[in-house]
Structures are given as C-alpha cells and as structure tokens.
Write a protein that binds this ligand. Structure first.
Ligand code: HEC
Length: 269
C-alpha cells in the first residue's frame, strides 16, 4: 500500500473510532485533533521537503546554477531562520517580499528562469509546483523557531498597515472581510475552528502553520494559495499571485504571529 493510501485508511479508522465512542462522547474538535496527531506521524509534506531540498541544490535553468546563493533575508545561502522573518524588505528589488516571491526572484537572477511566467503558472503545475516544494523545504528549516518579522524599514511598516486595511476591508456579495471569519476568538464554520488572526493565535496555528499538506485534496498548499482560497470563501476575486496585496496580508499576519513557534509544514484537513 502506498503511504498516502495507508494514511487515508488510518484517518478513516481514527474518525470512525472517534464517532462511535458513545460512552465518552468526544467533541468534534477533539476527534479532529486526534486525527491530525495521527496524520502528523507520516505527514506527506516530507516528500515535498525532500523535493524542495533537491531543487535548491540542483543546477537548473538557462544559467545552469543552483539556488544555494539565494538571499532569503539573512544573507546569501542562509536558510535556517529565514522563514520566520518573512515577508521583509529586500534592497535589491526595493520591495517587501514573501517567501514565494523571493524564491522566484532568485530563480530568475541566479538560474535565469522567467519570473513573470512562473507567477502566471497555476498552482501545482510546472515551475509553480517547484516554488511550493522549495517553500516547503525552506519553511521546514525554521521549525520550532519563533516568528519575528522585521518592522524597521518604512516599507515593512507600510506593508503591515496595508495588510491590516485589507484584513478589515469588507466587500463581495456577502459583505465579508477576513475579520468576519478570523476577527474574534472561538469562531468556527462547521467543524473547522477559525483562528483569531488579529493577534498571535498560538504556536503552529494560522500564519505559523503554512505551507501545509491538505488531506482533503491531497495537495501541498503554500501561503499564497491559502490566502487565495480564503478570498474565495469571502466570495471576492483573488489578488494575482505575488501581488503586493498578498504580501501585505502576509506581513500583517506574520507580525501579529510574533513569538508563535513555526510548525510549518503542517498537515491540515
Ligand atoms: C467565510 C469565512 C472566511 C473568510 C471571509 C476568510 N476565511 Fe480564512 N479560513 C476560513 C476557514 C473555514 C478556514 C479553515 C479552512 C480549512 O480548514 O479548510 C480558514 C483558514 C485560514 C487560515 C489558516 C488557518 C490555520 O491555522 O490553518 C488563514 C491564515 C486564513 N484563513 C486567512 C484568511 C485571510 C487573510 C482572509 C481574508 C482575505 C480570510 N482568511 C477570509 C474561513 C474564512
């Protein structure tokens, strides 16, 4: 049996056990927590971590170079601890960048790949799938470290303020904002707890949890895709991949998460 099939069987068994324990009824969220704990033992995200590490070291692209000299904010080639300080300002591009857009900058400058073409590639396809794998590996190298996004540069502070406005901006057919679902403690939709993202929601929750492997669709999701899907939940057109709006939202969430320990890559429903 393949690893993913085995996981699915285990997950079903776990949920069924949770549901049939009638003597001591478990709350739905307890059952889900147990199911997550079981899955975390064999998180398929590990496969993406491995692919990401290989891609980082592999000579690729028109310039036949690896990404090992990529500066993710802590100096050329420093990977450990980079994830918990992103998004941040980069002097060479003159922009605040998140992990994914920064990786694409390096893919262009070091390897000669076409950044604009990558940004237009759908999630899960071609070089975009490679960006997600790279982000998964880079994130894994900061596991257990505390979020501490820099806010010293004026553009970093502007990005935070813009992200905050976007978070509270209502719109769409339901007049929702991010805050409608993520602005208070203790909210949930059906079985899913909705973390309060206006503050530090805790270790390994919210911003501190993505990239994550989604069991429901068997895919590795990066933060950009996570945010897109929440725009969909908001019934709102989603911003383009790598847009300043998404970076700003990530800056807002990341600064709020200050002190939370990163658990990324995690496994999610
Ligand atoms: C209609 C309600 C709704 C709106 C509006 C919404 N979300 Fe979400 N969000 C959810 C749900 C539901 C989940 C959990 C999804 C799941 O488990 O499948 C979630 C999950 C998340 C997560 C991951 C939390 C975790 O711990 O895994 C983040 C981050 C997030 N949303 C950010 C946002 C942002 C930013 C916005 C505004 C652009 C937003 N959401 C708008 C419902 C919403």
């Amino acid at each position: 049996m393949r690893k993913t099939q085995l996981l699915a069987v285990l997950a079903l068994a776990g949920l069924a056990a949770g549901a049939s324990a009638q003597q001591q009824p478990k709350s739905a969220s307890q059952a889900i927590d147990e199911y997550r704990a079981m899955l975390a033992d064999g998180n398929p995200a590990e496969l993406f971590e491995m692919k990401g590490e290989e891609l980082w070291k592999q000579k690729r692209g028109p310039k036949n170079a690896s990404l090992e000299r990529c500066d993710l904010g802590k100096g050329a080639g420093v990977v450990k601890g980079a994830f918990v300080e992103l998004p941040r300002y980069f002097a060479d591009t003159g922009k605040v960048q998140d992990l994914e857009t920064r990786l694409i900058t390096c893919m262009e400058s070091l390897q000669g790949l076409d950044a604009a073409a990558i940004a237009k590639t759908p999630f899960g396809k071609g070089e975009m799938a490679n960006v997600t794998a790279l982000a998964t590996w880079v994130a894994s190298q900061s596991r257990g470290m505390q979020f501490n996004l820099p806010q010293a540069h004026a553009q970093e502070r502007t990005s935070y303020e813009a992200g905050k406005r976007l978070f509270f901006m209502r719109g769409g057919t339901h007049d929702f904002s991010c805050a409608s679902c993520h602005g208070e403690d203790g909210k949930r939709i059906r079985l899913q707890d909705l973390p309060n993202l206006t503050k530090n929601p805790g270790d390994g929750v919210g911003f501190a949890a993505w990239p994550a492997y989604r069991v429901s669709n068997g895919q590795m999701w990066s933060m950009q895709l996570r945010l897109n899907d929440c725009y969909r939940q908001q019934r709102f057109p989603y911003p383009e991949f790598g847009s300043d709006a998404l970076t700003a939202l990530s800056t807002y969430l990341g600064v709020n998460a200050k002190g939370a320990k990163s658990a990324a890559p995690t496994i999610k429903r």
